[in-house]
Write a protein that binds this ligand. Structure first.
Ligand SMILES: Nc1ncnc2c1ncn2[C@@H]1O[C@H](COP(=O)(O)OP(=O)(O)OP(=O)(O)O)[C@@H](O)[C@H]1O
Ligand SMILES: [Mg+2]
Length: 648
């Protein structure tokens, strides 16, 4: 039967609404729409595109005109390419003279005109044609009737003399009327910014110019891609078609300096070869980083982030450029903001080609590359470079800076603490002295009155003697406190034996009560030339450390802290040794290291401070034995060292 022999075939029909789907409803905004039409002018091999924006006024319609002196189209060509939705003849072959690779691929970009306005008139002319072909689109005709086919919409054309396309010239003019936007100043400014980012400022060719003619002078003029000026780090990266990676980099000799270091080439790496399906083509990249927040003049209309240019025109690798397609913001968030490579100070320009990266294709809305293995490999490659850059930044700037600030902070803290301690001891000494003198006077008065009355009581006399003796003892302690707190920077000649004795004398009674015997072993009266306050403090710290360690051990046994003074030819060694528990294994490596000093008390701080102070005057402090016995040795010069000053 007839139905059996008939071919069993179905055909798609295209609704006239498709035009709208690909134009007005796909293109995200007016600026993107203009970009599409500019790209078409670029593809037509034009040296320049001129965009004229006329705002609507009370009685006059607004208009956007996009004009190029590119190749233009004949009626036949127009029918073949313009009138064929979703078809593109652009081959990826370089165009004559400019060597330009056309960026169009999908055959839908022209529908963006609908985004801008309700009517489009195309005027196009090839060099040999006499008149311009005029085609008039009324976008409202599309999708008007429900079951209307794309091919059912009638598009009128004719030939006209167009003064802007005189004889012997070629080109295309798009006139868009019935504008859908009022194009206020800020929209035109944004358009200029967007267009300036369309072109790679580091593209050597620069064979294409974009000119905007707007209602005001300020908004008019050529569009220039912003170069990056004054960055602190600059990288040039090339990946060749063998997958070899060539990098050279330079950085400012000093922060904010106009001078660059020489370019430093990094060893060429054979980046791990990716599989065929992941393979992405050669690329070239320039990356810039600012240590401090850059001024607007340093980057102009460029936006922070890594921009991708394919054959000279910007493409969106993933969503809008504000999207975090390289994961920088996510990384920063994860590290609670501690990231040397601050994303907002990073600028990059990566050039790829369509031919060598066939799988790096944009989504139809141009807002992202289509996801795939090639995109992952490409992204991974850039992320590794950024990690390397970050390591360099950290090395050259961040780490030294942080370390320095940490060092300064802890130094300041220690100095402040010392200051307080010395002020405290001085004021305490002062405070104590007055009541003590009152006690002394009062006790003298008591026995004085009694004597005057001719009364002599033995018990009163001996009590007075006890008071006197203890007052003298406290007097000594006060003197000691004053010496400890003295901020003297003087170097003087004095007896180390006496100084050590003074320390031991102050603590002996108390120590004895804790079963600790303080002893001094000194051959002779050892004269040294040094800052006495520093030595006094250092020895006090060591003796107190020993006492504290023994005390914490709490073993009820008799203990000894012995100070031995050995005078050599040039220097005197003062060893403080104790039979306490020793220094715990864990504390040994960081005994003299600056730690974060917010921790109150604890050991270490005193050692660090007094070692530094000793060194300032040409002395030294070392730990000679961590346990059994624990031995610290202070060394001070006998005579003043050559050129050694307090500031030394
Ligand atoms: N200014 C122009 N000069 C010459 N030809 C043009 C111009 N604008 C468009 N064309 C022709 O019309 C075709 C359709 O343009 P359209 O932008 O829709 O597609 P495309 O550029 O090929 O691909 P894509 O959709 O990726 O931009 C182009 O391929 C080109 O042949
Ligand atoms: Mg196009």
């Amino acid at each position: 039967m007839a139905t059996d022999t008939a071919e069993r075939i179905l055909h798609f029909k295209a609704s006239s609404r498709l035009q709208r789907l690909f134009g007005r409803e796909l293109i995200p905004d007016d600026h993107s729409a203009v970009e599409e039409l500019v790209k078409n002018a670029y593809d037509s091999n034009a040296p320049e595109v001129v965009i004229t924006i006329i705002r609507p006024t009370g009685d006059r319609d607004g208009e956007i005109e996009i004009r190029d002196y590119g190749l233009g189209l004949t009626l036949r060509e127009f029918e073949r390419v313009w009138m064929f939705a979703g078809y593109s003849e652009k081959t990826g072959q370089p165009l004559p003279e400019t060597g330009r690779i056309q960026v169009g691929q999908k055959g839908i970009g022209r529908f963006a005109a609908d985004k801008l306005g309700r009517h489009l008139t195309v005027l196009t002319k090839t060099r040999s044609a006499r008149e311009a072909l005029r085609v008039i689109f009324d976008w409202q005709k599309f999708g008007q009737k429900k079951r209307q086919l794309l091919s059912d919409v009638a598009i009128p054309y004719d030939y006209v003399e167009e003064e802007l396309l005189p004889k012997g010239t070629s080109g295309t003019i798009l006139r868009i009327r019935g504008l859908r936007s009022a194009w206020p100043d800020k929209e035109i400014e944004e358009l200029r910014r967007r267009l300036s980012r369309l072109l790679n400022p580091y593209d050597k060719e620069q064979s294409f110019r974009i000119l905007v003619k707007a209602p005001t002078r300020k908004l008019s003029g050529p569009i220039v891609a912003s170069e990056i000026k004054g960055a602190d780090f600059e990288w040039e990266i090339a990946r060749d078609d063998q997958g070899k990676v060539h990098i050279k980099r330079r950085s400012r000799l000093e922060r904010g300096s106009p001078d660059w270091s020489e370019w430093v080439p990094l060893p060429v790496t054979d980046e791990e070869r990716v599989s065929d399906e992941q393979e992405f083509g050669p690329l070239r990249a320039r990356i810039f980083f600012f240590v401090d927040r850059p001024k607007k003049a340093s980057f102009g209309d460029a936006l922070p982030g890594i921009e991708i240019y394919r054959d000279g025109m910007r493409v969106e690798p993933a969503g809008s450029s504000t999207s975090d397609w390289l994961g920088l913001l996510a990384k920063r968030a994860k590290r609670a903001g501690h990231m040397p490579l601050v994303p907002s100070r990073l600028f990059g320009f990566v050039e790829i080609s369509r031919e060598e990266n066939p799988d790096l294709q944009d989504a139809t809305n141009r807002r992202a590359f289509i996801h795939g293995l090639q995109l992952d490999a490409f992204r991974g490659f850039l992320q590794r470079r950024l990690n390397e850059l970050e390591a360099q930044v950290e090395d050259e700037v961040a780490k030294p800076k942080w370390e320095k600030s940490r060092r300064i902070k802890s130094q300041t803290l220690i100095q402040a603490r010392n200051k307080t301690v010395s002020m405290m001891s001085l004021s305490l000494a002062h405070e104590l002295r007055q009541p003590l003198q009152a006690i002394q006077t009062a006790s003298e008065n008591v026995s004085g009155y009694l004597h005057k009355e001719g009364i002599s009581i033995q018990e009163v006399d001996s009590a007075t003697a006890v008071i006197q003796k203890n007052v003298t003892r406290i007097e000594k302690q006060i003197q000691f406190l004053k010496s400890l707190g003295s901020g003297s920077q003087e170097t003087e000649s004095f007896s180390a034996t006496e100084t050590v004795n003074e320390v031991l004398g102050v603590f002996r009674e108390l120590a004895r009560a804790q079963n600790i015997e303080l002893a001094l072993v000194s051959a002779a009266d050892a004269k040294v030339t040094f800052n006495r306050t520093t030595l006094l403090n250092a020895i006090t710290t060591l003796v107190l450390n020993s006492r504290q360690a023994i005390e914490e051990q709490n073993d009820q046994k008799q203990h000894h802290v012995t100070v031995r003074i050995d005078q050599g030819a040039a220097a005197t060694r003062i060893r403080v040794e104790d039979d306490g528990p020793g220094i715990p294994e864990a504390n040994r490596p960081r005994l003299f290291k600056r730690q974060t000093t917010t921790k109150q008390g604890g050991m270490g701080i005193g050692l660090i401070v007094w070692r530094e102070a000793l060194q300032m005057f040409g002395g030294e402090l070392a730990c000679e034995s961590f346990s059994g016995p624990t031995v610290f040795v202070v060394t001070v010069p006998n005579e003043v060292l050559n050129g050694q000053t307090a500031a030394g």
